[in-house]
Ligand binder design. Structure first.
Ligand SMILES: *[C@@H]1O[C@H](CO)[C@@H](O)[C@H](O)[C@H]1NC(C)=O
Length: 211
């Protein structure tokens, strides 16, 4: 007997392997870019791989992360197709909400990429490609992590669009994974910029002394 026999009217079918695969790919992506990012920061692995061209290395990582994101989205939609539907989510109102959430999610993701640029979005600071100053305009004045919150919003919208309660479970998982990622990334990047500011201040000090 299966550990979770499917029954009529059930909300989430835990027997579907695609659900687990989707959950794993959701967790894998931030894990991947944090491990690679720190390897780059400490040992310059990607920059060395690209013959000392850190800009090129960062673009290559950006393409890889973006592709992994597309794969993750594909696996998520496949998982949803294997799951039971819930009629209340298939109403016109729910479907409108779904489109609104996906639109908001995409606006947050696209506008934050626009504001940060490719290297700013994809771990450029780990490569020593730092932003001149902190970006404070939209979308950073509405949420502190527009990339992650926008992505979470799109996951939620897609769950409703497909009418699948299992999507809520995976969206909650996305949220948790991103919160954990932020707890690692925020202090780390803050440290990178604090170091830059100390070096700038020191350089200014030397400048004054030499005059
Ligand atoms: C955020 O900044 C944009 C300009 O970049 C501005 O138009 C918008 O009103 C600001 N929103 C909030 C909530 O402060």
């Amino acid at each position: 007997m299966a550990p979770f026999p499917p029954s009529a009217g059930q909300l989430v079918d835990l027997n579907q392997k695609s659900l687990l695969i989707s959950a794993l790919s959701i967790a894998f992506n931030p894990l991947f870019w944090n491990i690679i990012g720190r390897q780059e920061y400490h040992n310059k692995v990607l920059t060395k791989l690209f013959g000392g061209r850190s800009q090129t290395a960062c673009y290559a990582l950006a393409v890889t992360i973006f592709s992994l994101g597309l794969l993750r989205d594909g696996l998520y939609e496949r998982a949803l197709r294997h799951q039971p539907s819930y009629p209340l989510l298939e109403t016109t109102e729910a479907q409108c909400l779904a489109y609104a959430l996906i639109a908001v999610g995409n606006i947050l993701v696209v506008s934050s990429t626009w504001a940060l640029g490719i290297t700013g979005t994809f771990l450029g600071d780990y490569f020593g490609i730092l932003m001149d100053s902190i970006v404070t305009g939209f979308p950073f004045n509405v949420t502190d992590a527009p990339m992650y919150h926008g992505s979470t919003c799109s996951f939620l919208g897609t769950a409703i669009l497909y009418g699948k309660p299992a999507g809520f479970v995976l969206t909650l998982w996305v949220y948790i994974v991103y919160q954990i990622a932020l707890s690692y990334e925020n202090p780390f990047t803050a440290g990178i910029y604090a170091k830059r500011d100390r070096e700038r201040a020191a350089a200014k000090g030397n400048d004054k002394k030499s005059r």
